[in-house]
Design a protein around this ligand. Structure first.
Ligand code: 13P
Length: 330
């Protein structure tokens, strides 16, 4: 059996990254509805198969993060999704958090739930072929009010408990404290909040004795808020993102993956290319790659429209986005 560190590091194979295809039923329904596609369990299965069944994805993907429903579903080729991905050298991962819940002590913020029955679920997910996992926490910026220190700490504690449980189960944890792009905040504010979020997180991970070497951080980029009226250049994004990560992330972790967060697909690719260049130029200690959902899927979904005759065009759009993301991390 390969050890967890090797397993975590293998997700950073040169030029490869991770497809996040772990939208909950609620989110998948909204994504399909945005393209005029009425949802059903079968439509959601076809939505996943559109991506997992595309020929050649193994050139660009080291892993795919699945939603629990997908672990037991089959592609049009009649193969279970995890087995089909694994047969092409793509590690199947699983989102294990159960979404957010209100935080009574700070009503405008959310906590992530899912710890209660996590150990039992991990055993089942592993038996279904998952080798790595993801837990997402949400960090909202609003003026100088949010995020609150108590929400940052509580979400970090839950991330630490998640990571411990996952490592004990022999799986790799991806920790995703997503600092939201939505908002009117400045780039400076985004950088300060990312630095604080990650500093709090890594201090709490140490308190809980979480093994650094086998964990992966999934992070946002430092961006001016989406509603700020400012569009940062890739160089600005790269300089601020790499500086924030250097200030707050220990060098020993297995690597860092980026989410796209609602950027356009071009923006997400251009910013990632600039971050890669900056990280290389400044000798950053961790491997970096992408773990995008929307920036890889958006064009394909628009082309697909839920129709079988559009599958080839939709898959071509997906492969073109994958190829750009792969080029960005080379
Ligand atoms: P986006 O790339 O669409 O931000 O999604 C990544 C993800 O995994 C969110 O949890």
């Amino acid at each position: 059996m390969i050890d967890l560190v090797t397993q975590a590091r293998s997700l950073f194979a040169p030029g490869k990254g991770i497809l996040a295809a772990d939208e909950s039923v609620h989110t998948a329904t909204a994504r399909l509805a945005a393209c005029g596609i009425a949802t059903s369990a079968e439509m959601r299965r076809q939505y996943r198969d559109l991506f997992f069944g595309a020929e050649g994805i193994e050139q660009y993907l080291s892993g795919v993060i699945l939603f629990s429903d997908s672990l037991g579903e089959k592609g049009d080729d009649e193969e279970l999704f995890p087995a089909s991905l694994a047969s092409r050298g793509i590690a199947p991962g699983i989102k294990v958090d159960l979404g957010t819940e209100p935080f009574p002590q700070s009503p405008d913020e959310l906590l992530t739930q899912g710890l209660l029955d996590l150990p039992e679920r991990l055993v089942a997910y592993k038996a279904q072929g998952a080798t790595f996992t993801k837990w997402r926490a949400v960090v909202r910026i609003d003026g100088d009010q949010l995020p609150s220190s108590i929400a940052l700490h509580e979400n970090a504690k839950r991330l630490a408990n998640y990571a411990k449980a996952v490592q004990s189960a022999g799986l790799v944890p991806i920790l995703e404290p997503e600092v939201l792009y939505e908002g009117k905040h400045s780039r400076q504010k985004s950088r300060a909040v990312l630095t604080e979020t990650l500093s709090v997180l890594f201090a709490i991970l140490d308190e809980h004795a979480v093994d650094r070497a086998s964990l992966i951080l999934k992070t946002s980029m430092v961006l001016s808020g989406k509603e700020s009226g400012k569009r940062d250049t890739p160089e600005e994004v790269a300089a601020n993102t790499v500086a924030a990560l250097r200030e707050s992330v220990p060098s020993q972790i297995a690597g860092i993956v980026f989410l796209s967060g609602g950027q356009t697909p071009d923006q997400a690719a251009d910013n990632l290319a600039a971050i890669t260049k900056e990280a290389h130029a400044t000798g950053a200690p961790w491997p970096l790659t992408f773990s995008y959902a929307r920036a890889l899927q958006e064009d394909a979904l628009a082309a697909w429209q839920g129709k079988a005759e559009n599958v080839p065009a939709a898959r071509a759009a997906f492969l073109s986005r994958l190829s750009a993301a792969s080029a960005a991390v080379r």
